[in-house]
Design a protein around this ligand. Structure first.
Ligand SMILES: *Cc1c(COP(=O)(O)O)cnc(C)c1O
Length: 367
């Protein structure tokens, strides 16, 4: 097989393992999992690995990704994490369940659900302090009252999302509030909420330590399945793989150079005036990867290379005297931002390494 660089190697067995360990761990508490596929652009084989590991739903923020997985023959309950009014028809056609916070959008969903004669299921997201999406608790009853008048819309649950925008941690107080609201809604409106979705990969420590799980019976997990960590402190979760994704690119220049630029200084390529630490003459390496491909701060070197800076197409590193021949491969682990950008770059080949000896060459690469 020809070597393609740069590429991201994806070890499916490790993703499946992570999904299985987390499904078992949360399953003991009566918590089902949605495997969140958005960081992988809905890669069908990754979704399959998550499902084989035991997740009960696949959730994604983009309809395009859900369509990609469905077209590849994946069959599960698909959840849309972000719902836009202009996409209502497409949501009804392609998605089983969507998360919602706006009446105008739910009305539009109802309109198309009637047109296509299907019942669309929604989970209402509630604002519990992180200040991303959510209906304010004080507005919740009138909101639900109105939704219940809309034909072909079924409220199957409520949820909340924390630790994304405001950095607010899930704790017994906000999780208790979600549980309490679930009880109150059921009592007030005589409906059953099948799903009370307490959050994402940031809920790990809370779930580990709490004595008060309450009504929480679902979590939506992306990062902890893909990268094996929780997301409050980015600590590895015991028993999980943290390197299922490896980014590999090649050395294109390797020279001894000064560490401080010479000549008169103005702005760099991105409009800032850079500063430099003088380390004398040292061994500098350039790799074939840049800001057009990757969130550079999301790269973690496996070769003890130190990132000095980057431009659109180049990353400059201090090799720390690691021997870097021209054309040799350098490898990086990725954090979430690194993963998201690498999976989205059309210039980085996605190479899936499967147990079933099913090596797949990426078909989405444009060049
Ligand atoms: C992205 C997303 C998730 C998954 O978050 P992770 O931190 O990757 O587990 C869960 N819920 C919603 C609404 C999301 O947008």
């Amino acid at each position: 097989m020809p070597v393609i660089l740069p590429r991201i190697e994806i070890t499916l067995s490790q993703i499946q393992h992570n999904a299985r360990i987390l499904s078992e761990r949360y399953g003991k508490q009566g918590i089902s999992l949605m495997g969140v596929s958005k960081a992988t652009l809905g890669d069908p084989e990754i979704a399959k690995a998550m499902i084989q590991g035991g997740v009960k739903f696949i959730a994604d923020s983009r309809i395009e990704n859900i369509k990609r997985m469905k077209n590849a023959g994946i069959s599960t309950r698909f959840v849309l994490l972000r719902t836009a009014l202009s996409q209502a028809e497409s949501v009804i056609k392609h998605v089983d369940i969507s998360l919602n916070t706006e009446l105008a959008t739910v009305r539009e969903l109802s309109y198309y659900a009637r047109m296509y004669n299907t019942v669309h299921q929604i989970i209402i997201m509630i604002e519990l302090g992180d200040l991303r999406e959510g209906v304010l608790p004080g507005d919740l009853f009138p909101f639900i009252q109105e939704v219940l008048t809309l034909p072909k819309i079924k409220i199957i649950g409520i949820g909340c999302n924390l630790a994304c925008f405001g950095g607010i941690k899930p704790d017994n107080y906000n999780m208790g509030k979600l549980s309490h609201l679930a009880d109150a809604i059921e009592q007030r409106f005589q409906i059953t909420l099948e799903i009370v979705s307490g959050g994402n990969s940031a809920n790990y420590e809370w779930a580990e330590s709490t004595q008060a799980l309450g009504r929480i019976n679902n979590l939506r997990l992306g990062e902890s399945i893909l990268l094996g960590c929780e997301t409050i402190q980015r600590k590895a979760i015991p028993g999980l793989h943290t390197s299922a994704f490896t980014l590999i690119t090649e050395v294109i220049e390797s020279k001894i150079k000064p560490s401080v630029p010479f000549g008169e200084m103005g702005q760099d390529a991105f409009g800032t005036i850079p500063t430099f630490q003088d380390r004398g003459l040292h061994h500098r390496v350039i790799i074939a990867l840049g800001r057009q491909d990757i969130l550079v701060s999301g790269l973690i070197s496996q070769n003890n290379l130190e990132i000095l800076g980057s431009s659109s197409d180049h990353i400059i590193l201090d090799s720390h005297n690691h021997d870097c021949k021209i054309g040799s491969e350098v490898k990086f682990d990725l954090d979430y931002g690194g993963l998201l950008s690498a999976m989205t770059s059309p210039f980085i080949a996605k190479q899936v390494i499967g147990d079933r000896a099913a090596m797949r060459r990426d078909r989405h690469r444009v060049f």
